[in-house]
Design a protein around this ligand. Structure first.
Ligand SMILES: CCCCCCCCCC/C=C/CC(=O)SCCNC(=O)CCNC(=O)[C@H](O)C(C)(C)COP(=O)(O)OP(=O)(O)OC[C@H]1O[C@@H](n2cnc3c(N)ncnc32)[C@H](O)[C@@H]1OP(=O)(O)O
Length: 392
């Protein structure tokens, strides 16, 4: 649960104290004369269970810390080891409360839950730009009109990083789109990024079976995820509205057309992350751009501009960002008017002879990655990102 806050806890002490302690002290001063009763506290604990929306790791961590302080007093547990990410995050959060009195912690917990209940209720209403048809998805907006099913990655605050839930929801949306009455399917991103790729916090939710089990399950998930793109029967188009990283780039080789804003960049920093290519890119990129250019991207992590990606054949066309949406959607609406069966059959003719090969490549890439995820190189890269020591 507490990974974002674990990252926070790893930052320099003063900024961590600012973020966590300031509101605590503030609440304490504002409520000097008030203290929550045990009953208020229990009500607040029940309210937390009823929250409809996940308040996020940092808030959950604050709640945890205040709960522990309110019920057990100051933290006197031994500090967990550096690789015990979740428990260390929790310990840090609790420890930061220092000698805050139990009553104040209880009041702050009640206040936090109450502010949360109202803010999460309002944010569960439709936000500007959110399509009302997209119910049933937490991480996506999915709409279907004018013969186009549009799947929008919708975690803009996280640069549309793909967490486990999003992997599952994309597969679900693709399966639904393959059967609906639309002619073409579009994948795009909400906000300034197309996608920052795999959500690196995916690495931190370790099951009881340990990292080996996590790596094994992740390889199964990844294989199934990429398989959905290999098998997708209708024209699949990427509308790359901004920078694209990692798996959001590699799977582009499985799309039928890729339109990019001139703000978009294409970056596959696998070596930097101690990882190796996926999304069938070890095969598709070589075919698209030849081994020398593919190696620059997949092995040396060279970031391409949209213009460069277009020149290499990964991108179909690039548009100025100011007219991007208008120009692309005019084009897509025209495509969607073409006879759907003809398009589907043409795609089949173009792609079918490669399918078996692509599934074999996918399986091999996933099995190599399963090993890579357990390597020190990969672990260190993830820890460095999560502890804010590195960024791309
Ligand atoms: C053993 C288990 C394995 C489990 C794996 C499951 C399946 C795996 C499938 C495999 C494969 C894929 C490979 C890849 O995709 S590799 C690429 C991974 N992506 C990255 O390394 C990008 C990391 N992000 C960054 O370097 C930067 O965030 C950025 C994208 C350059 C943007 O920088 P910025 O300064 O403009 O914005 P920033 O403040 O950093 O970001 C805003 C918030 O978004 C969070 N965030 C962004 N990207 C990610 C990400 N990929 N994972 C997690 N979180 C991300 C960022 O942390 C900020 O959050 P907060 O506001 O601080 O809370």
């Amino acid at each position: 649960m507490a990974i974002a806050a674990w990252r926070l806890a790893q930052r320099s002490c003063p900024s961590y104290l600012q973020v966590i302690s300031f509101p605590v002290v503030q609440l304490h001063m504002n409520r000097a004369a008030m203290t929550a009763s045990q009953k208020d506290f229990e009500n607040a604990m029940n309210q937390v269970k009823l929250l409809k929306k996940d308040p996020g790791n940092e808030v959950k961590l604050k709640l945890y810390a205040l709960y522990k302080q309110a019920t057990e007093g100051p933290c006197n547990m031994p500090k967990p080891g550096v690789f015990d990410l979740i428990n260390k995050a929790k310990w840090d959060a609790w420890n930061t409360l220092g000698s805050l009195p139990k009553e104040t912690a209880r009041q702050n917990y009640v206040d936090l839950v109450s502010s949360l209940s109202s803010s999460l209720e309002s944010s569960s209403q439709v936000e500007p730009g959110t399509d009302r048809k997209s119910t049933g998805y937490e991480t996506l907006m999915v709409t279907s009109e004018d013969g186009i099913t549009k799947i929008t990655l919708n975690r803009p605050a996280k640069k549309n990083a793909i967490n486990v839930e999003m992997y599952h929801e994309i597969m679900r949306a693709l399966k639904a789109a393959s059967k609906d009455d639309s002619s073409i399917t579009v994948l795009t991103g909400n906000g300034d990024y197309y996608s920052s790729g795999n959500d690196l916090t995916n690495f931190t939710d370790i099951p009881p079976g340990g990292v080996e089990e996590k790596a094994k399950n992740s390889a199964i998930l990844l294989r199934e995820f990429v398989g959905c793109f290999i098998d997708f029967p209708k024209p699949l188009i990427a509308v790359v509205n901004g920078p694209a990283v990692g798996i959001s780039v590699t799977i582009l080789g499985l799309f039928d057309a890729v339109y990019a804003s001139d703000r978009a960049t294409f970056h596959t920093p696998f070596s930097h992350l101690g990882q190796s290519p996926e999304g069938c890119s070890s095969y598709t990129f070589l075919k698209i751009m030849g081994p020398a250019k593919a190696t620059e991207m997949l092995v040396f992590g060279k970031k391409l501009t949209a213009g460069e990606a277009c020149a290499q054949g990964l991108v179909t066309a690039v548009f100025p960002d100011s007219t991007f949406q208008k120009e692309v959607w005019t084009r897509l609406k025209a495509f969607a008017k073409l006879p759907p069966n003809a398009m589907r059959i043409s795609k089949e003719v173009i792609r079918n002879r490669e399918k078996e090969k692509l599934h074999a490549v996918n399986a091999e890439e996933c099995s190599v990655l399963q090993e890579r995820w357990l390597s020190d190189e990969c672990m260190n890269a993830v820890v460095n990102f999560l502890s804010r020591k590195s960024k791309l």
